[in-house]
Design a protein around this ligand. Structure first.
Ligand code: MG
Length: 349
């Protein structure tokens, strides 16, 4: 018999994050705990989002309650994932249950989650995200981020400014000299904010300024136009919003270089493993990103990083305070802060 507890917790951001679609200062997330009769408890987290099936915490809590009232089968995360997805459970709510079930299974086996999954240890530097802002604000933000000796080896700059690509270029130019001087990699996420023409112009411009790759240049729904910017591309192209589930990858596998998975889009660890396997089968690179999440779901994502090319697990670093603990920023990498842990390694404070 399993005991379940669900709750919402407010996460306040240190810096409000602005992207091409709007600005956020904080959010409430869904936390799911599933306990067995032997005292093991798995914990998972879901960040509500309109595109992930629950626009706000009220609807996420309601959907989670309804899911529990249907007595879901918690005997294995994969069967739970399949059945729940078939029943139309919102991916961000499913993610909270799926992460909790994998965490529980790993704790029952007394193994770190990556070992239960047969994966190498968490690895790889994370990008730190800088939202859309003015050039002056960007210059200040970089100074603040790196104060007190904090080390990030990569910055992800959010472009696709509604004011146009000149504003994008001004913001990038504000960060570029600092990055060059300090040997910091730069990546760009347009969040679908560019037209085909903008994307072509910006990719050429960015390629001359040490940018590693661009993410989601075109808006979700315009995947059929990716081939127009893929041909003769000066930079690798990754899709994020366009890749929610593994089943979509075949639609654009010949017009992108890689896919960015998020646990909230695909419904947790189970969906993420499907994306990683499918991407690899199509010879695509992989990336893992996050929504507004605490260390709980970031820890779950970190468990997969041993087989992922680019890591963007930084939302917990922009919380004041993080409501969970168990991870450290070690030489630019998100790693468990203990060698002796089971599950994903993160717990609520
Ligand atoms: Mg993105």
């Amino acid at each position: 018999m399993y005991k379940t507890n669900i709750q919402s917790i407010y996460l306040e951001k240190r810096f409000p994050l602005r992207i091409s679609r709007g600005v956020r200062a904080g959010s409430s997330n869904l936390f799911v705990e599933i306990s067995d009769e032997n005292g093991n408890t798995g914990i998972g987290e879901g960040a509500p989002g309109g595109s992930e099936g629950a626009a706000d915490i009220e609807s996420a809590m309601k959907i989670a309650q309804e899911h529990l009232s249907q007595n879901p089968d918690f005997s294995h995360p994969v069967s739970h994932y399949r059945a729940s997805l078939n029943n139309g459970l919102a991916p961000c709510v499913l993610a909270a249950f799926d992460i909790a079930l994998w965490d529980l299974l790993a704790k029952q086996a007394k193994l770190p989650l990556h070992r239960l999954l047969g994966l190498p240890a968490p690895h790889g530097i994370t990008s730190m995200t800088i939202g859309i802002m003015t050039a002056e604000e960007a210059r200040e933000r970089v100074q603040i981020l790196f104060e007190n000796g904090r080390i990030y080896h990569a910055l992800k700059i959010k472009l696709g400014n509604p004011e146009g690509i000149e504003a994008d270029q001004q913001m990038y130019n504000a960060i570029y000299p600092f990055a060059k001087e300090n040997n910091i990699s730069l990546r760009v996420d347009a969040n679908g904010g560019w037209s085909v023409e903008d994307a072509k112009k910006m990719m050429s411009w960015l390629a001359e300024r040490n940018c590693d790759y661009v993410e989601q240049p075109l808006v979700e729904g315009d995947e059929h136009r990716l081939s127009e910017i893929f041909q003769n591309r000066p930079l690798p192209i990754y899709v994020d919003e366009s890749c929610r589930f593994a089943s979509q990858i075949k639609n654009y596998s010949d017009s992108v270089d890689g896919v960015n998975l998020k646990l909230m889009k695909c419904g947790g660890i189970t969906g993420a493993l499907e994306i990683l396997n499918t991407a690899r089968a199509h010879n695509l690179k992989t990336m893992i990103g996050c929504m507004s999440e605490s260390s709980i779901s970031i820890g779950a994502g970190a468990a997969l990083t041993g087989i992922i090319d680019h890591i963007d697990l930084d939302s917990h670093l922009n919380l004041n305070p993080d409501v969970a603990e168990g991870l450290q920023l070690n030489n630019g990498m998100i790693l468990p802060d203990s060698n002796n842990y089971s599950g994903h390694g993160s717990v609520l404070k």
